[in-house]
Design a binder for this molecule. Structure first.
Ligand SMILES: Nc1nc2c(ncn2[C@@H]2O[C@H](COP(=O)(O)OP(=O)(O)OP(=O)(O)O)[C@@H](O)[C@H]2O)c(=O)[nH]1
Length: 369
C-alpha cells in the first residue's frame, strides 16, 4: 500500500470512529500516525513546504495576500504599492508571486500577491508548495474575499491549515525534553481534559520513548499534535472584503451575517474597494497594527534626530535589537543609550541594552570610540 492510500485509510478511520473517553487514546494514535505520514509524503515529493525556496524577504515586514482568482488581489497590490516596477522579481517554476512595497510611516512593508494558492496548492500539485512556503514565512496574512463570496474564506483557511499554517493563535504551550531512561512522564499546569494515557500514546507515535512533556494549557488532540510536531507556523491574519462598491446598503446585513457565520466580527473585517481605492487607508492602518511595528527615531551624533527614516522594529524589541538592526559593531563599543519618548521615564533617560523600546522613541546610542 502506498503512502497516499495509508493516509486515506487513516482519514477514513478517524472520520468513522466516534470520539469519547474510551476511544480518545486510539484517535490520538491515528491522528499522530496521520500527521507523520503526511510529513513523510511531503518529504518524498520533495515539497517540504517549510521554506527553503529562497524567497527573498525585503523590507521591514512581509504580508501575504491570499484569495481566489479575480477577487481583486492585483488591483489592490497596484493601489497600495509600487508593484509594477517590481513585477517578475519572483519567478517560480510554475507559479508566480508578485511583490510590491507598501511604504507607510517610514516602514517598507513587502506585500506578496500569492495568486496560485487555490489552483495549485492542494496536495502539493504544481508549484503550490512553493507558494505556500511564501505564505508560511509571512508576518501577516491578509485574506481577500469579495462581498459576494464570503464563503471562499473557509476554503482558504482550510488550505492553509492543511499546510501547517495556524492562524491567529500562539504556539501551544507544549515542551518536550528527551531523557536517557525512565519512559514518558506528563506534567501539566492545568487540569487536562485529555487522559495522560492519550498524551503518552501520541508521544509514542511520534517516536518518543523517554521524555518529560510539560503542557501549560488546555490542549485538544490536534493542538497537542501541533505542539509535538513543532513545525507549524503561527501567523496572524486579517480579512479584507473587496468590491464593497458593488453592494447596495440593504445587502450589507447579509454580508455581515455571512462573516459572523465564520467567526469573523463584521466590525473587524475591513471593507474596501480596491478599484475605487476606498477603505485603503483603513486597511493600511490595520496592517500596520497587526504587524506590531514600532518606529525608532535615531538621534545621530552631529546630525540630529532622523524622523524621516525611522528604524523599524517590532513591539517588545530592545535597545539591543536596535543595535543589531543598525549593524554597526556596537557589541563591544556599546556604553549606554539615551531614550526620550513613550518608553522613557523622563527625557534622555539613560538605559542599558535590555531596555524595551516603544513606538516613536528617540534613541541615542553612546558608544566608545
Ligand atoms: N467593482 C469592483 N471591481 C473590482 C474591484 N477590485 C477588483 N475589481 C475587478 O475585478 C477583476 C479582477 O481583479 P484582479 O485584481 O485582476 O483580481 P486578482 O485577484 O488579482 O485575480 P487573478 O489575477 O486572477 O489572481 C478586475 O476586472 C478588476 O477590475 C473592486 O473593488 N470593485
Amino acid at each position: 500500500m502506498g503512502l497516499e492510500e495509508e493516509i486515506q485509510e487513516l482519514e477514513d478511520e478517524i472520520a468513522s470512529t466516534p470520539y469519547n473517553k474510551s476511544t480518545e487514546a486510539h484517535i490520538g494514535r491515528l491522528k499522530s500516525k496521520l500527521a507523520e505520514k503526511k510529513e513523510k509524503l511531503e518529504q518524498q515529493s520533495g515539497s517540504g513546504g517549510g521554506g527553503g525556496y529562497g524567497v527573498e524577504k525585503h523590507g521591514d515586514a512581509t504580508v501575504a495576500l491570499v484569495g481566489f482568482p479575480s477577487v481583486g488581489k492585483s488591483t489592490l497590490l497596484n493601489a497600495l504599492t509600487n508593484a509594477e516596477s517590481e513585477t517578475g522579481a519572483y519567478e517560480f517554476t510554475t507559479l508566480d508571486v508578485y511583490p510590491g512595497m507598501l511604504k507607510h510611516k517610514g516602514a517598507n512593508i513587502q506585500i506578496l500577491d500569492v495568486p496560485g494558492l487555490i489552483e495549485g496548492a492542494a496536495g502539493g500539485r504544481g508549484g503550490g508548495q512553493e507558494v505556500l512556503s511564501v505564505v508560511r514565512t509571512a508576518d501577516l496574512i491578509v485574506f481577500m474575499v469579495s462581498v459576494f463570496e464570503i464563503d471562499q474564506y473557509d476554503r482558504l483557511r482550510e488550505e492553509l491549515y492543511k499546510n501547517k499554517i495556524r492562524l491567529d493563535t500562539e504556539p501551544p504551550r507544549v515542551t518536550i525534553r528527551k531523557k536517557a531512561k525512565d519512559g514518558l512522564a506528563v506534567n501539566s499546569s492545568v487540569d487536562l481534559d485529555l487522559d495522560e494515557e492519550t498524551v503518552k500514546s501520541v508521544l509514542r507515535e511520534h517516536g518518543y520513548v523517554n521524555a518529560d512533556v510539560t503542557i501549560g494549557e488546555q490542549v485538544d488532540l490536534d493542538r497537542l499534535i501541533d505542539g509535538v510536531m513543532d513545525n507549524r507556523e503561527y501567523v496572524p491574519s486579517l480579512v479584507a472584503v473587496n468590491k464593497a462598491d458593488l453592494i447596495e446598503p440593504d445587502y450589507l446585513p447579509t454580508v455581515e451575517s455571512e462573516l459572523e457565520d465564520r467567526g469573523i466580527d463584521p466590525e473587524e473585517a475591513i471593507f474596501i474597494s480596491a478599484e475605487k481605492e476606498k477603505g485603503l487607508d483603513g486597511l493600511t492602518e490595520e496592517i500596520w497594527d497587526a504587524l506590531g511595528l514600532v518606529r525608532i527615531y535615531m538621534d545621530k551624533p552631529g546630525r540630529g534626530v532622523d524622523r524621516e527614516e525611522p528604524l523599524i522594529l517590532r513591539e517588545g524589541d530592545t535597545v539591543d535589537d536596535a543595535c543589531e538592526k543598525l549593524g554597526g559593531s556596537f557589541d563591544e563599543r556599546f556604553r549606554f543609550a539615551r531614550v526620550t519618548g513613550p518608553s522613557a521615564k523622563h527625557d534622555e533617560q539613560q538605559v542599558g541594552r535590555d531596555h524595551e523600546l516603544a513606538d516613536e522613541d528617540v534613541l541615542r546610542i553612546v558608544a566608545r570610540r
